[in-house]
Design a protein around this ligand. Structure first.
Ligand code: 4YB
Length: 471
């Protein structure tokens, strides 16, 4: 197994496993378009030539504003190949937010196929089929330390941060995870999360690390495609939808890596009964995705620390470091390290709260989600954990709502197995009064609007705005 690549990973695999299928677009058992490692290498070269012909230069920033597609994958790899940097953005963002974020990034180029606003977005617009005059050798060498990707991650306030990684941290992330999960060169991982999120990028680097197969399908086939692959990365709601679908009855899906949000034990139990091995992970953009993981079991913890990562608790807060930690945040065309400003302290504060029980990490929520109700500290995630144990509750977000007497009080926004009628609300009220202290009992129950469940994760700050707009 690879300690380190001496050349571009696809070139390495083109030598080691030249004719093995590397990429499948569609159902590999029925008419998928496929590329072997030799073809992948040649295609990346072609796309790289096209970028060079349009003026893309090393160290420049190329923004890709698109949902996952084979073109986005080619672009990502070609951008890296020419020594430039990739940043993905969600095309569903309102154009005002896109312009704001791109302006802050100062991207040199942009590819934005789904919007007709491309002309108004900052950066020189790229074409995938430019008129080509000549082809020449691209002299950039594989360098593990060169920045290759910027990944946007939203905090609770302000513009998202742009997290810079090099191949070394991406590959260290892949190798550490794959010491726990089995993913052989004959397995296939579905590109089941967006390439503008760290969870999607991490799939690409695991594929490159292992020389295995990556599977892409059009958005409408995502759920069905879970039948055809051996591996997938899913946020809990995606797995829930798959289990609720007709496709769950017959599938080849062996292992699923879960993360991004609290993973209900009821969900992993149901998936295991359907023959899917579940891995519960805790991760974040700054650490190139998964930090801790375990094979799911009856406990709600997120397992132990993976190789190439370190984790400690300081006053209940999670601090991390290791080879997977990013180079820094990108601001004003500069990479600012996250750590090392404080004498010798190279730990990064995640703002997540954690506890160890029986050598296993449990996530208790985010420090900045805490609010005060009538003088009592309320951690919304504590309340969410209790509500998730109710049979009717599939997904829940607890938020503070201003209150004249208490300052703030909790409100629960839920997705439920049956309609959220007054009968079910009464049941939930009774259940909570039997299980938590008065200040932790939600004063209202509302249904989570469908539009919030379309993204990788439900945004608390967006939901707070929505809540404020409800009477
Ligand atoms: C959690 C949490 C948990 C994160 N419980 N809060 O490849 C993977 O690891 C993967 C697979 C499937 C789905 C997602 C992933 C990820 O990468 C997720 C990484 C992620 O969400 N990064 S983030 O920067 O967008 O958000 C990080 C934050 O998310 C953390 O700081 C936590 O607050 C929260 N989180 N896993 C509870 N298991």
């Amino acid at each position: 197994i690879k300690a380190e690549f001496q050349k571009w990973p696809w070139q390495y695999w083109a030598e080691q496993r030249p004719t093995e299928i590397a990429i499948a677009l569609g159902d590999a058992n029925a008419g998928a378009v496929t590329w072997n490692w030799i073809e992948v290498t040649a295609n990346i070269e072609t796309y790289a030539q096209r970028l060079v012909a349009q003026g893309v230069k090393r160290d420049q920033l190329v923004a890709v504003v698109a949902l996952n597609s084979i073109d986005v994958l080619w672009l990502l790899l070609a951008i890296i190949r020419v020594g430039a940097r990739y940043v993905g953005l969600n095309p569903k963002l309102p154009s005002k937010a896109l312009i704001e974020q791109l302006t802050a990034l100062g991207n040199n180029h942009i590819w934005c196929p789904e919007l007709d606003t491309a002309e108004q977005l900052p950066g020189h617009t790229l074409s995938l089929t430019p008129a080509m005059t000549s082809e020449r050798i691209i002299p950039v060498m594989w360098q593990e330390h060169r920045p290759v990707s910027l990944t946007l991650t939203s905090g609770s306030t302000g513009l998202p941060k742009a997290v810079v990684h090099n191949p070394q941290s991406h590959l260290a992330s892949a190798s550490g995870l794959l010491k726990q999960m089995t993913f052989t060169a004959h397995d296939s991982w579905l590109l089941s999360l967006p390439l503008f999120h760290i969870s999607g990028l991490a799939i690409v680097w695991r594929w490159l690390y292992r020389g295995a197969r990556i599977v892409l399908v059009e958005p409408a086939l995502q759920q069905q495609a879970l039948q055809w692959v051996s591996h997938a990365s899913l946020v809990p709601t995606q797995l829930q939808r798959f289990l609720d679908s007709q496709y769950a009855h017959q599938h080849q899906l062996q292992q699923v890596l879960l993360g991004g949000a609290t993973i209900p034990v009821s969900l992993t139990t149901a998936a295991e009964q359907a023959g899917i091995e579940c891995w519960s992970g805790y991760g974040m953009t700054e650490m190139a995705s998964t930090i801790t993981a375990k094979r799911a079991n009856s406990s709600a913890g997120v397992g132990t620390v993976l190789p190439n990562r370190e984790l400690i608790l300081r006053d209940g807060e999670i601090w991390v470091r290791g080879k997977v930690l990013c180079l820094g945040y990108y601001r004003n065309n500069t990479i600012f390290s996250l750590v090392g400003y404080d004498d010798d302290d190279d730990w990064f504060a995640t703002k997540d709260l954690g506890e160890w029980h029986d050598d296993e990490l449990f996530i208790r929520g985010r420090a900045d989600n805490m609010f005060i109700s009538g003088g009592e500290n309320v951690q919304p995630e504590d309340i969410e954990q209790v509500l998730l144990q109710h049979a009717a509750v599939k997904q829940v977000m607890v938020l503070p709502i201003d209150d004249h007497d208490f300052g703030a009080r909790p409100v629960a926004i839920v997705t439920t197995a049956q309609p959220l009628d007054s009968y079910l609300v009464d049941q939930l009220v009774t259940y909570m009064s039997q299980n938590v202290a008065p200040h932790k009992r939600p004063i209202r129950y509302l249904s989570l609007p469908e539009c919030f469940t379309q993204n990788v994760k439900v945004s608390r700050s967006d939901l707070i705005k929505w809540l404020a707009s409800q009477d």
